[in-house]
Design a protein around this ligand. Sequence first.
Ligand code: PEP
Ligand code: MN
Length: 339
Amino acid sequence: MIIAMTSDATEEQIEEVCESIRRYGYTPHLIRGEERVVIGAVGQGDNKDHLQNLRSVPGVADVVPILQPYKIVSRELKQQKTIVRAGDLEIGGRQFIVMAGPCSVETREQLMETADAVKAAGAHVLRGGAYKPRTSPYDFQGLEVEGLKLLAEARERTGLKVITEVVTTEDAGIVAEYSDILQVGARNMQNFALLKRLGRCNRPVLLKRGMSSTIKELLLSAEYIASHGNDQIILCERGIRTFETATRNTLDLAAVPLLNELSHLPVVVDPSHATGRRSLVRPASKAAVAIGADGLIIEVHPRPQEAWSDGPQSLTPAGFAEIMAELQKYVALESRYLN
Ligand code: PEP
Ligand code: MN
């Protein structure tokens, strides 16, 4: 339920409404807009009629139901776009954010070389998996804590923010200690225990769309994180599984404007996993900018042919620099900027 306050509602009136919402068994979510405060009452309270009755309370302008099954992350509750903050970096604002780096952190040399290259090309965030969810148990599973330490060293060296995947609830604490943004992989989009755990953590979360997940399921997964206390969420379209096998996944570009309609959360595109082919990363990146994405997450490796994972879709540093240079004009057309 959305409780819209009048534009002259006092702080006491706002607090009283929040108190009533709690008393009825719901959780209040306060959204301070430019003109007025809106309070979302979410959860499984005892009686929706109680909330309706708030209509007659001083300072309340209106009480309306939220029609979508996801509440806190929906545009119905919050009209203005959410800006996710990782330190001084803003995702969802006018700056178009590019995250780049290897699929996996492999060695110190590999990571530092990549970090220097993507920094020089204008990336804002260094990506790199330290915990890898691999299809085969015999494939490289990641350097784990050693990988996290290398990412932290690369951050010190370049000033880039760091994003890395968290695979289990047990690792959430240590990954949050080292990383600026926590990535939930496609395979874990509906790992509800993990989502709840990340709801209680004070780091932004990049939530990847599951490979067979609907938009509604993606937004309900985001709602798990938000309803457990963390509304700093970035949605990521990374391709879905379809009958087509020519590309690794099928990039659902329409998901980007649709997510922007349905939710106030920033949306980024992963053209690397969406296509699985180095040659398609560039056109897919341009399309992502044009269709309204807030950023990209791209795999880059100094020697893709030697990569321990996802070599065929990884760009060389030179290829990445070319894309970054070309993206400038596409980003400007969207009234945004890169650097
Ligand atoms: C990755 O980013 O390397 C990764 C495993 O991505 P996804 O979860 O989208 O498959
Ligand atoms: Mn990968």
